[in-house]
Design a protein around this ligand. Structure first.
Ligand code: PLP
Length: 389
């Protein structure tokens, strides 16, 4: 099996799994209980909070534990705006649905939302950001790195603009944290969303970094956990695993970043040189080290995925979530891609467990299946695939 869908989710690290087991067996206390089992669980949660904070160089008191990236994004958007009815929010047209859907709900509730355009590499237009800001603008939310094409956005510049104008700035950093170094002390950012299962941790747990002094309203009410911002008994085992995953990511990030980048570049070069009419999408340099989003003209990306699956190779066309809606990628549309380019796209995302031997095998299988699909493609004549492939 070769797994190249690490943007959708990652394999849990063995040490992460081991760290969680005691909290599902003997250490099942509620962290709010005052007896020893409760105190033991509380200690584990607070240690994990420290480990999560360390990965982005935050203070542990600035980490709010959530059920994942989706909840962190909802918390940031609703929590920051709920007390400012009819205010203005700026986001981008290429955000994940976990930002776009809350924005639509806020629009229905009377908020004004601006969706910034992107260029053909998927980079947000900063001049449009500046010209969109008005005295009603309360919040800007721009993703750190795109989940489909891997483009890293100019977050520092955006954060600086927002700070100068005294506007809250949130970034959905679900795809970036653990892949690239990120330091909230060096970026004037107010909130940042993180998800555990994207960095070899368990699913159903995440965090929202909230800079000290940032005012946020709760969106989940109840027992008052997480400083009253997010009630509900903590997912102790999940949080412990998330903390451990962050610890491992922090220790290995430089090594992994270089390894993944080398492997990705090797894969992209091999694909584009050995398979005609293929190209890499997204920004050529400012991109996540593990992302290779590619177009294979004249091929249907979904057919390609099914063919690859027959060889036990797991890839994707883009966001796993858009599979539910069967919509063409809003990201590629915003980047100005033609229908043909969108249809022929495939996302290969590497993880810490992939190696060169696997990449060689994937390219070999890709060559074969792309040729097979092109041989029956209605575009066959247009690109003379039969001779080249
Ligand atoms: N934001 C981005 C950019 C993502 O890629 C994802 C997951 O694919 C999410 C948010 C949602 O995160 P979670 O699955 O932890 O809810």
């Amino acid at each position: 099996m070769i797994y190249l869908d690490n943007a959708a989710s990652t394999q849990i690290h063995d040490d992460v799994f081991e760290s969680m087991i005691p909290y599902m067996r003997e250490q099942y206390g509620n962290p709010s209980s005052i007896h020893r089992r409760g105190r033991y669980a509380r200690k584990a949660v607070e240690l994990a909070r420290k480990q999560i904070a360390s990965l982005v160089n935050a203070n542990s008191s600035e980490i709010l534990l959530t059920s994942g990236g989706t909840e962190s994004n909802n918390m940031a958007l609703f929590g920051a705006t709920i007390n400012s009815p009819h205010s203005h929010i700026i986001t981008s047209s290429i955000e994940h649905d976990a930002i776009l859907e809350p924005c639509r709900i806020l629009e229905d509730a009377g908020f004004d939302v601006t969706y910034l355009p992107v260029d053909r590499f998927g980079t947000v237009d900063i001049s449009k950001l500046e010209s969109s800001i008005s005295e009603k603008t309360k919040l800007v939310s721009i993703m750190y790195a795109n989940n489909e094409v891997g483009t890293i956005e100019p977050i520092f510049e955006i954060a600086k603009i927002c700070r100068e104008k005294n506007i809250l700035f949130h970034s959905d950093a679900v795809q970036a944290v653990g892949k690239i170094s990120l330091d909230v002390k060096k970026i004037p950012i107010d909130m940042l969303s993180i998800s555990s299962h994207k960095l070899n941790g368990p699913k159903g747990v995440g965090a929202l970094y909230i800079r000290k002094g940032t005012l946020l309203s709760p969106v989940i009410y109840g027992g008052g956990q997480e400083r009253g911002l997010r009630s509900g008994t903590e997912n102790v085992a999940g949080i412990v695993g998330f903390g451990k995953a962050c610890d491992i990511a922090r220790e290995t990030i430089h090594h992994n970043l270089q390894n993944m980048k080398n492997l990705r570049d090797y894969m992209v070069t091999k694909i584009t040189s050995e398979i005609p009419h293929t190209s890499l999408n997204g920004h050529p340099e400012n991109r996540l080290p593990n992302n290779a989003h590619m177009t294979f003209l004249g091929v249907n990306g979904e057919d390609l995925i099914i063919k690859l699956d027959e060889y036990d190779i797991h890839a994707s066309t883009g966001s796993a979530c858009s599979v539910h809606t069967q919509k063409a990628s809003h990201v590629l549309k915003s980047m100005g891609f033609s229908h043909e380019q969108i249809t022929g796209s495939l996302r290969l995302t590497l993880g810490i467990f992939n190696d060169m031997k696997q990449v060689d095998e994937v390219v070999c299988v890709l060559k074969k299946v792309v040729a097979e699909l092109r041989a029956v493609s209605p575009f066959r004549e247009k690109y003379s695939f039969a001779e080249n492939a």
